[in-house]
Design a binder for this molecule. Structure first.
Ligand code: G3H
Ligand code: 13P
Ligand code: ZN
Length: 334
């Protein structure tokens, strides 16, 4: 049993309380490899932002759970080496699918876990989430639950339909489970294809597709029921069209990739939304940079020559999110 405090990590409790008070949101970035982690830590340190490092079930399978845990421990040391005296880094399980997965992460030093029972009937979701909370809280680990189902398909996380969160259910869920934050469904979804072109309209100035707005009325309803309670938004990539265009201009084939407009996320970050999950945008930034090197320099075969630019491009993206979307910059103690 390893406790996260011994790894220099923090849980989400104080972080969310400060974000709530300050009207900003904490970035929750997924990582699967060293370059992503380096870019996240560098961006967080240079912008003085707290950060949540997210590990999905797919990431644990891809990179090895033990290695990822040591990488997160290394992230704290790396942040200090970069000159950050008081890094605030959470290691979080993204979309935990069972009590056993959550327990295994808690036992190996995660400071926060999500138990995703959103596909279950209400009472079963409550029972599973409560079981995880009861275990996690013994060790000071914070727990994110989810009510409502997101649309979209992405690897392990797939749902055909989406059902917005019902504000009438949230108080009962939070009270019965004791969870520390709640992920809700208001129209975001996982992956780079969040809307069909038919659901969008064309912006006359840019010629680009504009998706339908998020259901802010649902978020308002939840905030009315749970004043001051930390809310989480999954599926919050904006799918930068510049990256999509670079990918497509260099041999890629991403058709109608559409994300959540940044203005909507900025608005959400100022509300009770304390955690905003971003994964796909980092995948796009990485792929765009790699494709460009491959197209421009077909003779290149030193991975550092394409993973390096990929890392730089991700760092730029993370900083842009922190400063221009989430507003979590300049929040660390000097
Ligand atoms: O919400 C899902 C995350 O983007 C993780 O995706 O399961 O492909 O690692 P993954
Ligand atoms: P995106 O696919 O929009 O980046 O969402 C990631 C996410 O919600 C991780 O849990
Ligand atoms: Zn998610």
């Amino acid at each position: 049993m390893i406790n996260y405090k011994d790894l220099g990590l923090v849980n989400t409790k104080e972080m969310f309380a400060k974000a709530m008070k300050g009207g900003y949101a904490i970035p929750a970035f997924n990582f699967n490899n060293m370059e992503q982690l380096q870019a996240i830590v560098k961006a967080a340190v240079e912008t003085k932002s707290p950060v949540i490092l997210q590990v999905s079930k797919g990431a644990r399978q891809y990179a090895n759970q033990t290695l990822l845990r040591y990488m997160a421990e290394g992230a704290v040391a790396y942040a200090k080496e970069l000159g950050c005296k008081h890094p605030e880094i959470v290691l979080h399980l993204d979309h935990g699918d069972s009590f056993e997965t959550c327990k295994s992460c808690i036992d190996m030093g995660f400071s926060s876990v999500m138990i995703d029972g959103s596909h279950l009937p209400f009472e079963e979701n409550v029972a599973l989430t409560k079981k995880v909370v009861d275990y996690a809280h013994q060790f000071g680990v914070t727990v994110e639950g989810e009510l409502g189902v997101l649309a979209g398909v992405e690897d392990e996380v797939s749902h055909e339909h989406h059902t917005y969160t019902d504000p009438a259910e949230v108080v009962e869920f939070v009270t019965k489970t004791g969870c520390d934050s709640l992920a809700i469904s208001i129209g975001t979804s996982h992956g780079a294809f969040k809307f069909t072109p038919e659901q969008c309209h064309i912006d006359e100035k840019t010629g680009r597709l504009v998706p339908p707005p998020l259901a802010f009325d649902v978020l308002d309803g939840v905030m009315k029921e749970l004043p001051g309670f930390p809310i989480v938004l999954h599926g919050s990539s904006s799918v930068p069209q510049e990256e999509v265009e670079i990918i497509n201009a260099n041999g890629g084939a991403l058709k109608a990739a559409i994300g959540i407009p940044e203005e909507e996320l900025r608005k959400a970050a100022k509300s009770s939304v304390c955690k905003i999950n971003i994964d796909s945008d980092s995948r796009l930034a990485m792929t765009a940079a790699i494709r460009k090197v491959f197209a421009d320099s077909p003779a290149e075969f030193d991975p550092r020559k394409y993973l390096g630019p990929a890392r730089d491009n991700m760092e730029k993206l993370y900083k842009e999110k922190i400063i221009n979307v989430l507003g979590s910059d300049n929040k660390l103690e000097d």
